[in-house]
Design a binder for this molecule. Sequence first.
Ligand code: SF4
Length: 203
Amino acid sequence: MSELTELYDQVRVCEKCQLSQSRTLAVPGEGPEDARILFIGEAPGFHEDRQGRPFVGAAGQYLNELLAKIGLRREEVYIANVIKCRPPGNRDPLPDEIATCRPYLDRQIELIRPRLVVTLGRFSMERYFPGASISRIHGQPKRVGSIIYYPMFHPAAALHQPRWKTLLDEDFARIPGLLEQLEQIEEEEEQPRPPQAEQLSLF
Ligand code: SF4
C-alpha cells in the first residue's frame, strides 16, 4: 500500500472537524500518484459527497470538457480539494475547518510532487496567493523554484457567471504553454542550480 493510499484511508475515517458529522463520504482526491499537474478545488459538493470522488457533478463535467479542449485526459491529472468533506448546504468552508484539514492536502502535495499547481477558486488560491483577489490575479502564473502556481476561477462559479466562464476558458487555454515552460525549467534544473530558489512571475 502506498503512502498516498494510506492517507486516503485516514481521510475516509477522519473525525477531526465538525464536517465529519454531516458528510456522507469523505473525498480524499484522485489521480496518478506522480501527476505532473494538480488541480485544487474548494470542497466536495452534493454528488462528490455521495460518491466519494472529486469533481463529479456539473462542475466536474465542465472541468473534464476544459481538460479535453487542451488535449488532457482527466486520468492524467490529480484532482483534490482544500477540504475533504462537504460543508452542509455547500456553504463556504470555515477557517478552522480549512486549518484542520490542511495537513492532508499538504501531505498529498509532498507525495505527488506536482510541477503545475492549478488553484480553482479563492480558497485554494489563498494557499499560494494569500490576500489576493481572484478577479485580479486569475490567469497569472507564479513560479516558485521549479513549480508553477496558476490561479483560476472555480468551474462551479464560472457555470453561474458567463463572464467568468469566458475568463476560465481563456486561462485554461494557456496551460499547454505553461507545460512547455515547465520543460524549460526541467532543462534548467539539469544545469548547476543557483544558490537560492527564485520567485518570479512568468508573464
Ligand atoms: S474536512 Fe478534513 S479535517 Fe474535517 S473531518 Fe473531513 S477530512 Fe477530517
